[in-house]
Design a protein around this ligand. Structure first.
Ligand code: GDD
Length: 364
């Protein structure tokens, strides 16, 4: 059996996503009309023998309650939100819920960062992971040399795909092959995290012996129970025949800022052509507005016959799009009104706002 875990972080993590994350937790912000985390959940659904999906974060439980119950019913797979009492780092968070994760005695744990956009080739990755026979397999991607330092950079054996070297966001260039934040582990990962936790606690106890160092560690303080998957686990395990890589040849992006969400919304819309064509507005132009390229329109939204929409447009619940309006590459959120002949290009229009007639909203 397989259990999937999606690390959703918490309100203090989503600050670069402001102001959009002030209204809705970043993992629930809509991309291609579906909450960001919905795309991860749909991808997990394609894994054979999937027993449970857990979302781990430190948002209030009530912020996720409605979503997890509706998605569990819709997909007929148990999806649960587990709330951390405080941030423990990506590995610390996983470890703190080990009893839940091991409930179904899974042979494999799929771990996903929430703030990435990908086709998530999980079934193929799982097959590769089984063949490698290691403790973990990382999804990796090639990016431009200039942007690589925003990610975990790594070196892999071209023959065996073993992870040979790993550095998190290095100051000097190591490699243009980066960590995508998508992993498959065996339950041995929990033991590896436990070992690191023990080492950290021992070191913290030792430090207490010297009062000067104790003062120093109290001021810089990364708490002893805070374990980061990348620096604390992946780096030391590289080159030990425990970790392997699987390179994606499909799309992958990180989603840190609102601007990135527009691009990711477009990527998911184009993926719908293969995975969920029923979610795309049809472009026949006979019954409704003129549709250009990939467009999502929520069933409760009202779009005037003479509006022209697309490409890369997603329109959320109860939005109203007036006569002659033109929308290109944008996300229109719930309850928005776009009045007659307004033009919106490359923009996100926030909840309940109105764009007046003949206005033009354009960024970038
Ligand atoms: N539940 C929980 N608790 N989630 C957390 C915590 C925590 O304490 N800390 C981070 N996360 C979640 C974030 O919400 C995000 O989805 C994911 O874990 C990774 O966040 P960061 O730890 O801030 O790392 P990053 O996004 O800067 O970089 C990581 O991802 C890149 C790919 O997007 C690293 O793994 C990089 O190596 C990698 O390239």
């Amino acid at each position: 059996r397989v259990v999937a875990v999606i690390m959703v972080g918490g309100p203090t993590k989503g600050t670069r996503f402001r102001p959009l994350s002030l209204n809705v937790p970043k993992p629930l912000f809509p991309l291609a009309g579906q909450p960001m985390v919905h795309h991860h959940i749909s991808a997990c659904r394609r894994i054979p023998n999937l027993a449970q999906i857990y979302l781990i974060g430190f948002y209030e439980e009530r912020e996720f309650a409605l979503y997890v119950s509706s998605i569990s019913n819709e997909l007929r797979i148990p999806v649960r939100y587990l709330r951390e009492d405080k941030p423990r780092g990506s590995a610390g968070g996983l470890y703190s819920f080990r009893d839940y994760i091991m409930e179904d005695s899974p042979a494999h744990i799929v771990l996903l960062n929430c703030d990435v956009c990908s086709s998530f080739p999980l079934p193929d990755m799982l097959e590769a992971h089984k063949k490698y026979g290691g403790m973990g397999t990382l999804l990796v991607n090639k990016v431009s040399a200039e942007s690589a330092n925003q990610f975990g950079e790594l070196v892999a054996d071209p023959e065996t795909n073993e992870l040979l070297h790993y550095t998190e966001k290095p100051e000097t260039f190591v490699s243009d092959l980066i960590n995508c934040g998508v992993y498959i582990f065996t339950p041995k990962i929990l033991i590896a995290i436990e070992d690191v936790l023990k080492q950290k606690k021992d070191r913290a106890n030792l430090r207490r012996v010297s009062s000067f160092e104790a003062l120093q560690s109290a001021t810089k303080a990364i708490p002893a129970d805070y374990v980061r998957l990348d620096q604390d686990i992946l780096s030391p395990l590289a080159g030990k025949k425990e970790l392997y890589t699987y390179q994606t040849l499909d799309f992958w992006e990180q989603i840190k800022t609102p601007g990135m969400s527009l691009r990711c919304s477009g990527l998911y819309l184009s993926q719908f052509r293969h995975t969920s064509p029923h979610l795309l507005a049809s472009g026949d132009g006979k019954k409704g507005a003129t549709i250009v390229g990939d467009v999502y329109i929520h069933p409760s939204a009202k779009v005037h016959l003479t509006a022209k929409i697309g490409p890369n447009v997603s329109i959320s619940a109860n939005a109203r799009i007036g006569a002659g309006a033109r929308l290109i590459s944008c996300i229109i959120l719930d309850d928005v009104e776009i009045m007659e002949n307004a033009v919106v290009i490359h923009s996100i229009v926030g909840w309940k706002s109105t764009v007046g007639k003949w206005s033009r909203v354009q960024t970038g």
